[in-house]
Write a protein that binds this ligand. Structure first.
Ligand SMILES: Nc1ncnc2c1ncn2[C@@H]1O[C@H](COP(=O)(O)OP(=O)(O)OP(=O)(O)O)[C@@H](O)[C@H]1O
Length: 704
């Protein structure tokens, strides 16, 4: 039964505490609900106290309430679930984003009662396959996608230190502090002098009322009057607020824009609500900021020049000073100083200092050197007139040797440049923020769509890489295929022998034999278990609406799949009983596929054969059941039943030159294949020597 979910309270797993955390994390209940219903496992996992496993369970829970089924409705045994999880891991290997890797968990196999969902999925997966065919080798898209992450809004914006709001009005002050206080300084100035003192500490001053409008301010205080603070937009006062959101997520956003543009250029309609022109504008606005929210180099020549000045100031001053001192030294070395008699008398009388006389003599040369030194700094840094005046004040009027730049004045120059950069940046930031503020929803939606694109793209790439085909759905019961490939063997060994096989009524059935219940006999290590695994993989994929690993595949939908893997060793009485209880479930009249691997080891061979025969009879009587039982006891089982059960066989014809079994991996229909353990014994005897070989030779004799 499907249930409508309208609030977090409708989800039994979510208590008050978790609901609060979800709302805090996503920003609102509707966004939290959207993430859960939409299967955004990656984001839900980030909620405090959640974790990935819990997020998956939560999403499955909610979806199963909406869809009325869970994965366990189809996957009836632990081993069936294991195969599903391993298949899903293979698909996840093709995801380019962690978002997609997590979200792929929402895909589950559905029972035939929800064939409507399977059919819907088949059509969307088919278009994912088309997209993958087109794009799977596109290097640009493959490089862009891994850089797209979910947008993060969880960060505090560092306080802006170079800007201040100053007001003379208590009410305005309180309002400004409440709205902007966490992001920039707000001051109450009760007098003009207080205003000016405060203003001098900042590169940009916003005067938030008209109290000081008519005053003449000193040249270094140039407030901006924004007298209606309530009517002001955030981008005017604190453009950093919106810019930060974009800057922190810059790579994800710019890569998403590029992905959308690329997809559109390939004729794939994507994110239709936003026209190309708007995307282009967004991209060009974003190109102006870097990941710290600063204006990027190349945006504004003046900012670039000032940054260049800032970066080169210390070095160019020290080089120019060094050059000046070298010139001064040279000048001194080449100077002669002659005291005339009058001068000597004055010095002797103490009315003139020798130092002053020397200074007088050197002044002209000193000032020339200092002028040249300042000129060198100005030209190296391409300083403007006003900045050049600051440079002049770096060097003392009085002759000093060696020449040194005044550290304090250098600092004043640095602050002057810095203020100019900040002021200029503010103009750009306001422009950028004005555009970005209205684009947040667009960008949020776009990044989500790109991430969701990767979910489908991963499925498409998986299908394409494994050469999968969409199975044809038939009335059945039955399944049959050509060139089926076990994907686990393929990923483990890099190659796999394709197999043809059919059970029940399909166009691949042997001479139209529609037998639905078969025993699979055959040689040890012939590939019987691998065949069951291949069937399980394909049937699970088909019930997920996914393509399957074969060149052609037909199957009928079933209500559930039972996969019982080989049990290890003979079971004790308790475990035997438990195993039988597990098998009792196959007796109901639902449509089902039962795959069983060597059940005989549950007890001694004679009894096992009877039990297996009994189970097969029950399955044969249910017209909607299909079953493949792998067994080495097929003859014994047939002796114990009158039901019409087909025995197929995987046979080995010998050993090749490398002592590997020569096996035809495709089962032969209606054929009891021998286990041929003698081939294994023969192989061992050929591979060994001495005593060991004698031992195997003796065993071999037993088969003659
Ligand atoms: N189609 C195939 N292509 C390539 N290798 C295969 C194929 N099928 C099986 N193999 C390989 O053969 C080996 C034995 O396979 P598997 O375990 O399925 O045989 P089995 O018939 O179940 O053996 P046993 O009767 O001893 O349990 C495995 O290593 C598997 O990788």
């Amino acid at each position: 039964m499907s249930v409508d979910i309208r609030s977090l309270r409708d989800i039994p797993r979510i208590g008050d505490k978790m609901a609060k955390r979800l709302i805090e994390h996503f920003g609102s209940e509707s966004l939290a609900l959207e993430a859960i219903v939409g299967g955004d496992i990656a984001s839900i996992s980030q909620v405090e106290g959640m974790g990935q496993r819990y997020a998956i369970t939560l999403v499955h829970d909610v979806r199963s309430r909406k869809e009325g089924v869970t994965a366990c409705d189809f996957l009836k045994t632990r081993e069936a679930m294991d195969v599903y999880e391993k298949v899903l891991d293979l698909v996840k290997g093709f995801a380019h984003t962690s978002y997609a890797r997590d979200k792929l968990n929402i895909y589950i196999p559905y029972p035939s009662s929800r064939s409507d969902i399977i059919m819907e999925l088949r059509s969307s997966v088919s278009s994912c396959m088309d997209t993958a065919r087109l794009l799977k080798d596109d290097e640009e898209i493959l490089a862009l996608l891994p850089k797209v992450k979910q947008l993060s809004f969880k960060f505090t914006i560092p306080k802006v230190r170079d800007r201040v709001i100053v007001t003379a009005d208590q009410k305005v002050f309180e309002y400004a502090r409440e709205r902007f206080g966490s992001m920039l300084d707000v001051h109450l100035a009760r007098s003009l002098s207080e205003f000016i003192d405060t203003a001098r500490g900042y590169s940009h001053v916003i005067a938030a009322d008209d109290a000081y409008l008519s005053f003449d301010f000193p040249e270094d205080v140039r407030p901006e009057f924004i007298t209606d603070l309530k009517g002001a937009e955030n981008w005017q006062i604190i453009p950093e607020k919106d810019i930060s959101t974009f800057a922190r997520n810059l790579e994800s956003i710019t890569c998403s824009i590029r992905v959308v543009q690329l997809l559109r250029s390939k004729g794939i309609g994507f994110y239709a609500g936003v026209p190309d022109k708007d995307l282009g504008k967004l991209a060009s606005v974003l190109s102006v900021i870097d990941e710290n929210g600063n204006i990027t180099a190349g945006t504004d020549k003046e900012v670039d020049r000032l940054r260049y000045v800032m970066a080169g100031l210390d070095q160019s001053v020290s080089i120019a000073v060094r050059n000046a001192n070298a010139k001064l030294d040279e000048c001194l070395v080449n100077s002669e100083f002659t005291l005339r008699g009058q001068e000597m008398l004055k010095v002797m009388k103490g009315s003139v200092e020798l130092k002053d006389l020397v200074g007088k003599k050197l002044r002209a040369s000193y000032h020339t050197v200092v002028r040249e030194c300042a000129g060198e700094v100005c030209s190296t840094l391409s300083l403007e007139k006003k900045e050049a005046l600051f440079v002049d004040s770096l060097f003392p009027e009085e002759i000093t040797h060696p020449l040194e730049a005044d550290r304090e004045q250098l600092n004043v120059l640095r602050q002057h440049i810095e203020k100019k950069i900040l002021k200029r940046q503010l103009e750009h930031k306001r422009e950028v923020s004005r555009v970005l503020a209205s684009s947040l929803d667009t960008v949020r939606g776009m990044v989500r769509e790109v991430l969701d694109f990767d979910v489908g793209f991963a499925i498409g790439c998986f299908a394409s890489s494994h050469n999968l085909v969409m199975p044809e759905i038939v009335e059945g019961p039955g399944f049959g295929f050509e060139k089926g490939r076990n994907m686990f063997i393929l990923s483990r060994h890099g190659k796999v022998v394709p197999i043809d096989y059919s059970v029940g009524g399909t166009r691949f059935s042997p001479q139209g034999d529609p037998k639905r219940v078969v025993l699979l006999s055959g040689v040890n290590s012939g590939g019987k278990t691998s065949m069951l695994e291949l069937l399980a993989q394909s049937v699970i994929l088909a019930h997920m609406g996914f393509p399957v690993p074969a060149s052609a595949f037909e199957l009928s939908f079933t209500d559930g799949m039972y996969y019982f893997a080989k049990s290890k060793g003979t079971l004790d009485a308790g475990a035997f009983e438990t195993t039988l209880t597990e098998f009792a479930v196959v007796a109901d009249d639902t449509s089902k596929l039962v795959l069983v691997d060597e059940l005989e080891s549950i007890t001694e061979p004679g009894a096992s054969a009877k039990i297996i025969a009994g189970i097969l009879e029950v399955l044969t009587e249910n017209r909607r059941s299909m079953a493949v039982f792998v067994s080495h006891l097929s003859e014994l089982i047939l002796e114990n039943t009158k039901s019409s059960i087909r025995v197929d066989g995987i046979e080995a014809s010998g050993l090749d030159a490398d002592l590997n079994l020569i096996v035809d991996r495709s089962p032969r229909y209606d054929y009891i294949a021998k286990s041929t353990p003698e081939l294994i014994v023969e192989r061992l005897s050929k591979k060994t020597s001495g005593k060991e070989q004698e031992f195997y030779a003796r065993l071999r004799e037993k088969f003659r």
